[in-house]
Design a protein around this ligand. Structure first.
Ligand code: PFF
Length: 444
């Protein structure tokens, strides 16, 4: 398909907001704080930061650059940088889009819980307690209804295409979420018990430092930056040629990590505040209870401490979180949809309908077999698949793609790159250091 007929982000700010929109989501507000809380707090935070800086950021540059060079869906972008490996390119693309669809399948369930909390808070406010209770208590029917609602909204937005749907939503609402989190951070520190959470979050206790923590932090970093599932390759393809990729990637990584950090700064202290108010957070042996739904217990408990304004802040918070989840889910659905429209020549509506439909069915299967499938799918996709596929994409950029072509592509938006420290380090780094680091982590 000619590149002129494809959508494009209209401004660099729009792109950063959309890519950051993909990155910022449940991973920051649900995944990261939950994992930090379950893995000793500060140690997890530090290992996570190291993973973002040492592995995820260089790989983000690789994905964006391949995508922008290819100016197409991931399958044909991989083909364009892998001249003699068409079958390999197709396989890599297809595996990426299967994994991203599976991620969307579990993501929609958790995002559905956000919708439940949003309407639940509203209904409590007008005294409809039993409806609110249904929406906020774990149950198969409730999970199904909420998940299908979330999928329907995702499909609706993706149907409208890049600049219209994705960019518009992200640019307007992402900054608002950041501000709300900053305000919540200030508030939570006025509450009793919060210092205990802050200590846990910032003062490392190295007895928690284990190989599984490192693998978990690595998976979380890839999940949070939407790597290894062709999302950033796809978004890169909508990026204008005059954009400086390393700088843009650094900004996206910074925003994402900033939001995760600040979410931890609210949620870990909020756990202890909630505990002070009688909410059961830890078991007798000190382990986290119900970690999957932790955030959905702790946050409402925090809003409760705020009196009547709390209900309203809760509603605004959950609304913004739904939108943050939506800017991530649309980026996921965009990957298979862009492949279907360009590789199979389908129109956008048809592609959204059948692919979205299949993901909804997969998600329904997980809901019906929640206890056996939910954690399994998360582990399979985020802990193993995402880092491994990201590594393959990076190897493609580091070993297979012609070095001059890489340089020329990066030069388009950064003419002086050849003399920069980035270019002195990055090509060798993605060739040798990234793969070795990752293998070390896996075999640790
Ligand atoms: N990065 C998103 C988050 O942190 O919520 C999740 C995500 C989006 C993962 C897109 C994978 C993906 F392809």
């Amino acid at each position: 398909m000619a590149s002129s007929s494809r959508g494009q982000f209209t401004s660099r700010f729009g792109f950063i907001m959309a890519a950051a929109g993909s990155a910022v989501g449940l991973g920051n507000v649900w995944g990261f704080p939950t994992q930090a809380a379950s893995n000793g707090g500060a140690v997890f935070l530090f290992v996570y930061l190291a993973m973002v800086f040492l592995l995820a950021f260089p790989m983000l540059v690789a994905e964006l650059t391949i995508g922008r060079y290819g100016q197409s869906n991931p399958i044909s972008s991989f083909k364009s940088v892998w001249p003699k490996g068409k079958a390999g390119a197709i396989l890599l693309g297809v595996v990426g889009l299967i994994v991203v669809s599976l991620i969307l399948a579990f993501y929609a369930i958790v995002a559905g819980w956000l919708i439940g909390s949003f309407f639940g808070s509203g209904l409590t406010l007008i005294g409809m307690d039993s409806a609110s209770h249904w929406l906020t208590s774990f149950g198969t029917e409730r999970n199904l209804v909420l998940m299908v609602s979330f999928m329907a909204i995702t499909m609706y937005v993706v149907r409208s295409g890049v600049a219209d749907g994705i960019e518009k939503w992200s640019t307007r609402l992402m900054p608002l979420l950041f501000v709300l989190f900053a305000l919540l951070t200030v508030y939570i520190f006025t509450q009793e018990g919060s210092m205990e959470g802050l200590k846990m979050y910032l003062i490392p206790d190295f007895s928690h430092f284990t190989p599984s923590l490192i693998v978990g932090a690595m998976g979380q970093a890839f999940f949070s930056l939407s790597l290894g599932v062709c999302v950033m390759t796809t978004y890169g393809s909508y990026l204008k040629k005059d954009t400086n990729i390393p700088k843009t990637a650094a900004q996206v990584a910074l925003i994402d990590t900033g939001v995760a950090f600040i979410a931890g700064l609210v949620i870990l202290p909020a756990m202890f505040v909630a505990k002070n108010h009688g909410v059961e957070i830890f078991s007798e042996s000190g382990e986290l209870l119900n970690s999957d739904t932790l955030v959905f217990t702790v946050l409402p408990a925090m809003f409760d401490t705020m009196g009547s304004v709390g209900a309203i802040i809760g509603i605004v918070f959950f609304l913004l979180m739904i939108i943050a989840a939506l800017t991530s889910s649309i980026s996921m659905l965009e990957v298979p949809v862009s492949c279907a429209t360009e590789e199979l020549n389908q129109n956008r509506n048809t592609a959204v309908l059948w692919i979205g439909g299949l993901v909804t069915i997969a998600s329904g299967v997980i809901v019906m077999n929640f206890s056996s499938l939910f954690v399994l799918v998360i582990q399979f996709t985020t802990v193993y698949s995402q880092p491994i596929i990201a590594l393959l994409i990076t190897l493609l950029a580091g070993w297979i793609w012609n070095r001059n072509q890489v340089l020329n592509e990066l030069k388009e938006g950064y003419p002086e790159i050849e003399s920069s420290w980035f270019w002195k380090i990055w090509p060798t780094y993605v060739r040798f250091v990234c793969p070795v680091l990752m293998l070390l982590v896996f075999f640790a």
